[in-house]
Write a protein that binds this ligand. Sequence first.
Ligand code: SAM
Length: 278
Amino acid sequence: MNNGLYVVATPIGNLDDISKRALEVLTQADVIACEDTRVTRKLFALLSLDANKPFITYQDHNEEQQAQKLIDLINEGKALALVSDAGSPLISDPGYKLVRKCREQGVKVWTVPGCCAVISALQLSGLPTNRFMFAGFIPNKEKAREDLFKELCSLNSTLVFYETAQRIVKTLGVAQKYFQNREIAVAREITKLYEECLNGTAEELIQHFENNQPKGEMVLMVAPPNEPSASEIDVETLLKEKLKNMTLKSAVKEIADTYHLNKNNVYELALKLKNDQL
Ligand code: SAM
């Protein structure tokens, strides 16, 4: 096995989700860097892997100082596998600084992809996936949480957050204020026995969790703000504005793309406006 850093995803609930390649890499790696050696040793045991190989802790608080030590091991010829407690390393988990340092120092980095709660939650949600913004964990402090929602509420994307069962009702209360009438989805216990994805307004979900105690790991998602319907868009005014400083072709393309309109219809209207001006 070549020396270098292998970023290896592990299951987020169902052990069978480990990939064949992840098993090979974890078997062959010389050293395993992980958040918590107890958690990863347990995973190794469950996967019938050698739990006695060297394990090194790599966490947010020691990321900076550990990164260079790990790179030194790789430079000595070792193959180093980075895993987190569950899911994909670097996604709300440590690893970013290590990968960055490796890249800066010309150390080879491989990805061994697999489970990631953000992606699985989106797949379950039925919300638009063409554009999404993953914003990590929702801050615990009230002001920071409000600031984050305020910042993101006008973004034309599905929003995805990691959240805990203890805080979900409180967070949905704040969501109610900033994401009024938008569809919200909460995916919980993904790939586990009680996997479910609940969709509704913030109010409906609060009611649900008041009747059913929130439990397990969760991902909170918010649908994009409603786009105006084609009949609500004043294409003529938009075209007049754009044509002041854009070519006809660019103005048509931009408006049609932005508002998902038929390009030929916008083009015809633009030509008419141009001709009327002559
Ligand atoms: N890096 C991981 C990943 O790729 O999925 C995420 C790590 S982050 C520290 C842990 C958070 O991910 C949990 O608090 C929860 O919001 C979400 N999560 C992880 N596993 C989950 C699951 N099985 N079901 C729902 N959410 C999950």
